[in-house]
Design a protein around this ligand. Sequence first.
Ligand SMILES: *Cc1c(COP(=O)(O)O)cnc(C)c1O
Length: 225
Amino acid sequence: MISDNIKKHKENCGQEVKLVAVSKTKPEEDLIEAYNVGQRDFGENKVQDLTRKYENLPKDINWHFIGHLQTNKTKYIAPFVHLIHAVDSLKLLKAINKEALKNNRVINVLLQIYIATETTKFGLSPQEVTEILAGSEIKALKNIKIAGLMGMATNSNNQDIVRNEFRTLKTLFESVKTEFFINDESFMHLSMGMSHDYKLAIEEGSNMVRIGSSIFGARDYPNKH
Ligand SMILES: *Cc1c(COP(=O)(O)O)cnc(C)c1O
């Protein structure tokens, strides 16, 4: 039952960790069931699905875009998106800023950091993050807010590998906060942890988890991001 799964995961997250229910590929009835037990944060990874669900579902939902966003599709989600999790280039930051400005909004984004040993995962290296944040161009982007970091660990049963990757990201989060956001409380989210590794992620300092299959059941295309 989706409603029971929401309750169970909310309990496991406690007060400090935000639960994002990853509803990608799932029908709207499934989201309603989660909504009806109080879930308000949902994650989608396709622009078209996100806009459709936004239009059809209650307006007090916080919509998280967790996929790889193409610059030319930013305009479709800019009017309403709550948080964009996986931003991994200055080019995309500029595109989001431009669309946010058009909508007279400030859009919250997370920078995706490459922490996995797998080569398939997107993301910035620690050096690239520093370059972007220390650079001059970022300061002109008044309609985005860098609200934290996001990462995905290696898909592995080896807990030591996964734990180490989460620990590395937490360390980077703290150092970026100290270096660039020292008096800025809006740099606050550390989005790490999915169905199979979220407990480890929370132990290592995550305060936002993105959980799909263990709430809504397996997807037809389990490895599609
Ligand atoms: C699909 C997805 C999730 C959720 O994955 P589950 O294993 O189903 O919990 C989390 N984060 C991202 C970026 C995803 O694409």
